[in-house]
Design a protein around this ligand. Structure first.
Ligand code: PEP
Ligand code: MN
Length: 335
């Protein structure tokens, strides 16, 4: 249920509405809009009666919301969610470019790549310190040492950093160092991890699960939002398909759909989405054209030596060329 408050409602009336909701055992979420305040109700199992609320002073109307996702949906919040991470604005209409290596491999490697991507147009630095690898024998990441390297790269380049928290232990460390906490595809339905990042006051990028439906993805976002953390970015990173020419099937239809269903910013990861260096640039342009709020791409200056995902990493100059093309395309689309 969504309660729309009258423009002239007093603070005491608004308090009383929230108190009534709490008294029923539900949670009230204040959702400020451009011209009015709304109060979303969550925590109810069955349908609520609109008349229970329309009778309260200060209530303009009570709108039933039948979708399973509430806080993530446009019924609750029609306007786009916009927030800043340091100097970078997400969801505000300008296309954000996140770039960096798949994994932090060493201080030298990360600083080299950080400088290279910054000089060519990256706004946020990515790099995994805790790596979810298919094989337990593959490089697992440098853990806290990797986080310290990312902090150094941030200090030198001024770019905010995004890095993955794989579990509750790594989350504690990632929270200390990162500007954006990444929840990886394999953890999209790790509900205790989602609830934990929901309690934090730090932006979260939630990657789509390997075979998650859009509703499952939105419900995962709902876990974070319902804990009180409203800074959530969705990231489409490709889904499992029957065709093996690409690592995954980058679902750009999902981006177009999510922009309808949700007010949250949507980022596209064409690196994991295709697994192929030669397809990262075309799919990045497609992401911009379909209405995504940005991309996250893997870049490595020595991809043949990379400890993970070398075949999908752009070379710095390829990345620079892509950024140039994206700027032109962005201007053309706005014209
Ligand atoms: C990553 O971005 O480093 C990553 C591991 O991606 P995903 O969780 O989408 O596989
Ligand atoms: Mn990777």
């Amino acid at each position: 249920m969504l309660i729309v408050v009258k423009p002239q409602a007093t603070p005491a009336e608004i308090e009383a509405i929230c108190a009534r909701i709490a008294q029923q055992g539900y949670k009230a979420h204040r959702i400020p809009g451009e011209s009015r305040l709304a109060i979303g109700i969550t925590g109810n199992d069955g349908a609520l009666r609109a008349s229970d609320y329309t009778a309260l002073p200060g209530v303009l109307e009570a709108i039933p919301v039948t979708k399973s996702y509430k806080l993530a949906g446009r019924d609750f919040k029609p306007t786009n969610t916009v927030f800043d991470v340091g100097p970078v604005r997400f969801g505000g209409g300008s296309f954000v470019v996140i770039a960096g290596p798949c994994a932090v491999e060493s201080e030298d490697q990360t600083l080299r790549i950080a400088r290279a991507v910054k000089a060519r147009g990256a706004q946020v630095l990515r790099g995994g310190a805790y790596k979810p690898r298919t094989s337990p024998y593959s490089f697992q990441g440098l853990a806290e040492e990797g986080l310290k390297i990312l902090a150094k790269a941030r200090q030198e380049t001024g770019m905010p950093v995004i890095t993955e928290a794989m579990d509750l232990d790594s989350l504690e460390k990632v929270f200390e160092y990162a500007d954006i906490i990444q929840i990886g595809a394999r953890n999209m339905q790790n509900y205790s991890l989602l609830a934990a990042v929901g309690r934090l006051n730090k932006p979260v990028m939630l990657k789509r699960g390997l075979s998650a439906t859009l509703e499952e993805w939105l419900m995962a976002a709902e876990y974070i939002l319902s804990g009180g953390n409203d800074k959530v970015i969705l990231c489409e990173r490709g889904i499992r398909s029957f065709d093996k020419n690409t690592r995954n099937l980058l679902d750009l239809t999902a981006v177009a759909m999510m922009k309808d269903f949700s007010h949250l910013p949507v980022i596209v990861d064409p690196s994991h989405g295709t697994g192929r260096r030669d397809k990262v640039a075309p799919l990045s342009k497609a992401a911009l054209a379909v209405g995504a709020d940005g991309i996250m791409v893997e870049v490595h200056d020595r991809p043949q030596e990379a400890l993970s995902d070398g075949p999908q990493a752009l070379l710095p100059d390829e990345f620079g060329e892509l950024c140039r093309k994206l700027k032109q395309l962005e201007a053309a689309l706005q014209a």
